[in-house]
Each structure stands twice: as structure tokens, then as C-alpha cells.
Design a protein around this ligand. Structure first.
Ligand SMILES: [Zn+2]
Length: 390
């Protein structure tokens, strides 16, 4: 029975179990990010932190094929069978305990979703969640099981209309594919173009399956995009799609890898853009979705600078608090030695990057991005207006 006054404190999903999702030394998707990331949230005031527990086989099977789950279970015990079973790509190597680690990510996102569906919380954030590249029978792009898709499926089973906004620098291909034919799950992915970045998909023309045309929105951006046009795209697309689709819950993937310092991608954002994005998503949840907002952390490979500050911006937006000018001194001191050991540059003193962090984007980049967003939006708004008769 939903309570009438949800707990206003955002729920954070994290615990020692989160660290088990680990592809090994040298892999860019490292659990080292949780140290500086979660510690910054705690230093800013996050106290409501709950450890994730593994999702059940039945829960995983709402999205994944049983044969695939069995294969991942075998790889958990025998990682050397990776080539033989061929259900993982080269970037997503099998490791001991892979099944339990992946199921725990799903369990965390699902718990956050269930808290929101029960009316216990308005906002929840799972920094270790957001494994958007996992497909029903394929582990790819560092993603074993698709936690976001399992949580969205759960909301759909409760009768919700789900708006999914993915601002990770990579196309949200797995989530989009899983709900391709479902007109009640509206996906929006804003990413670096597949011409220059993994997974090489997510084109403007990809708009959803038969009977669900317009339910996928893809905005592939030019390499070199910085704050100005990225934010202009986000601000033109998200509120317009929300107004037309009328969601009852918002699910987001707030990747940190569109940041200028990210080593794996070619966009040029600063944490100012992340801050504005997080606030826009909060406003969208309150205006269109009864305040219900589940956020996940997704990718991000600049462990001591971009990732912790982006997570902080998401948490602060969910807590309805302003960001401090400086990062806490105790946080900087605690993580400076670790950052030095990994040759990463010191934890930044400022929450917002100085203006010279990112090169200004060439006018041609901005023009192309605006044209892409307009093309994607025009079609979707037209289709949604027809479908809803408004
Ligand atoms: Zn809010």
C-alpha cells in the first residue's frame, strides 16, 4: 500500500557487494570508482545508503533468455570457456563470480525501482547500475545483465508509462532493443555518434518498432561536442518528449563519460553540463512523472574527477540541494594518494570545472547537433501527438 508521503531523502544503492563487479586489473570499468565516488556523496551528506542484493533467476529472466543465464553461470565457474560459449564480447571478459556480480547490479536497480513503485521514495540513485549494453542473450560493452531493463519491465508490469533518458556518451542500445516494440516505454538516447564510438548504433532514423514508432529517440552527436550544444539538445528534447509522452516514472542513465577528461570517448563536457542535466531531469520527474525518478550511474572512466563529481551532481539534484563551490577538503585529502598512485591527477578542488577545461566547439559541430535533434524530435512529437490524439 503506497504511503502518502514518500521519504524525501534520495536512496543510494551501494555496498561492498558492488565491488564484486570487476573485470580485473587494467579494465577501464573499475570498481575503484566507488571509493572516491561514494565517499564524495557521503561527504556531501548522503546517509541513506543500502547495499544491493542479487536479483533472482526469475527476475533476470524477465529480460534475459534462460539459456544465456545458464551460460553466464557456467562462465562464472569456468571463465576459460568464454570463446566456446561465445555470449560475451572481448570488452566484457568472463570472470569468477560473474553471474552473482551481475545479478547484484540488477538487484540494486530493482530494489530502487520497487521502493519508488511502493511510494516509499520519490528518488533513488544506483551509481553501480546502468548496464545498458546488455542484450537478452549477449553480454557486451562491459555489461553482463541489463539492470535498467529489468527495472523498467517491473515498472511496466505495475502499469507505468516509462520515460528512459540515457545521457551516457555511448548509445543505450540494449535498453532500446529490449523495448523496441513497446509504445509504453519511451527511450531517449543522447550519445556520441556511432561513426566514431562504440557500439556504432543509435541513428536518428532508428525510431522504434512496428506499432511503437517514435518510442525510440536517438540523438547522435559530433565528436568535439561541448556543453553549449549538448545542453541545448537536452533542453529541447527531454521536456518536449516528456510533455508528449506523459510518463508516470522517469528512469535515467547518467553516465560520466561525456566529460572532456574521459579517456574512452570524444565529447568535451564539463561538470556544469552534468549539473544542469541532473537538475533538468529532476524538474522533468516532478513536472511530468509525479516526481518518480530512478537514476543509474552507467559508464565513466575518469575515476577521480569526472565520475565522483557527476555522481555528486545527480545526488544533489535528487536531494534538491545546491552544489557547493568546492569539493570537501577531507575528500580531496583522502583520495589524493590513491589518484597519484594511479597517475590520474589530483581530485579536483572545485565542483564545477574551470571554463578552459573544454575546448569551445566548432560552429559546424553545434549546427550539426541542432539539426540532428530537430530531425529526431519532429518525427517523435508528430507520432506521439497522433497516438494520444492531442
Ligand atoms: Zn526531485
Amino acid at each position: 500500500m503506497p504511503v502518502s508521503h514518500p521519504n524525501p531523502t534520495p536512496l543510494v544503492i551501494y555496498g561492498p557487494a558492488s565491488l564484486a563487479y570487476d573485470f580485473g586489473p587494467g579494465h577501464p570499468f573499475t570498481p575503484r570508482r566507488f571509493g572516491p565516488g561514494i565517499d564524495l556523496l557521503r561527504a556531501l551528506g548522503a546517509t541513506d545508503v543500502v547495499e544491493p542484493a542479487a536479483a533472482s533467476a526469475a527476475e533476470l529472466a524477465t529480460v534475459h533468455r534462460r539459456s544465456f543465464l545458464a551460460d553466464i553461470e557456467r562462465l562464472s565457474d569456468f571463465p576459460e570457456m568464454g570463446a566456446e560459449l561465445a555470449v560475451t564480447d572481448g570488452d566484457t571478459p568472463p570472470f569468477y563470480g560473474m553471474h552473482a556480480a551481475g545479478a547484484t547490479v540488477v538487484g540494486g536497480t530493482l530494489h530502487a525501482m520497487e521502493q519508488i513503485l511502493a511510494g516509499e521514495r520519490l528518488h533513488a540513485f544506483h551509481p553501480g547500475g546502468g548496464l545498458h549494453h546488455a542484450f537478452p542473450a549477449r553480454a557486451t560493452g562491459f555489461c553482463v545483465f541489463n539492470d535498467v531493463a529489468v527495472a523498467i519491465r517491473r515498472a511496466r508490469d505495475d502499469g507505468h508509462r516509462v520515460l528512459y533518458v540515457d545521457v551516457d556518451v555511448h548509445h543505450g542500445d540494449g535498453v532500446e532493443a529490449i523495448f523496441w516494440d513497446d509504445p509504453l516505454v519511451q527511450t531517449v538516447s543522447i550519445h556520441e555518434s556511432g561513426l566514431t564510438l562504440f557500439p556504432g548504433t543509435g541513428w536518428v532514423e532508428d525510431r522504434g518498432g512496428e506499432g511503437a514508432e517514435g518510442s525510440a529517440v536517438n540523438i547522435p552527436l559530433e565528436r568535439g561536442t561541448s556543453d553549449a550544444s549538448w545542453l541545448a539538445v537536452l533542453e529541447s528534447v527531454v521536456p518536449a518528449v516528456a510533455a508528449a509522452f506523459r510518463p508516470t516514472i522517469l528512469v535515467t542513465l547518467n553516465g560520466s563519460d561525456a566529460h572532456a577528461r574521459d579517456p574512452l570517448a570524444n565529447l568535451r563536457l564539463t561538470t556544469s553540463a552534468f549539473q544542469r542535466a541532473a537538475r533538468l531531469l529532476d524538474e522533468t520527474a516532478h513536472q511530468y512523472a509525479g516526481g518518480r525518478w530512478l537514476a543509474t550511474g552507467g559508464g565513466g572512466y575518469d575515476v577521480y574527477s569526472a565520475v565522483p563529481r557527476n555522481w555528486a551532481m545527480v545526488w544533489l539534484a535528487q536531494a534538491h540541494r545546491d552544489a557547493p563551490v568546492e569539493t570537501p577538503a577531507v575528500w580531496q585529502e583522502r583520495w589524493a594518494p590513491d589518484a597519484a598512485r594511479w597517475r590520474a591527477g589530483p581530485p579536483p578542488a572545485l565542483m564545477l570545472d574551470p571554463e578552459d577545461t573544454a575546448a569551445p566547439e566548432p560552429p559546424a559541430v553545434a549546427a550539426a547537433n541542432h539539426a540532428t535533434a530537430a530531425a529526431a524530435l519532429q518525427h517523435t512529437l508528430h507520432v506521439l501527438a497522433e497516438r494520444h490524439g492531442s
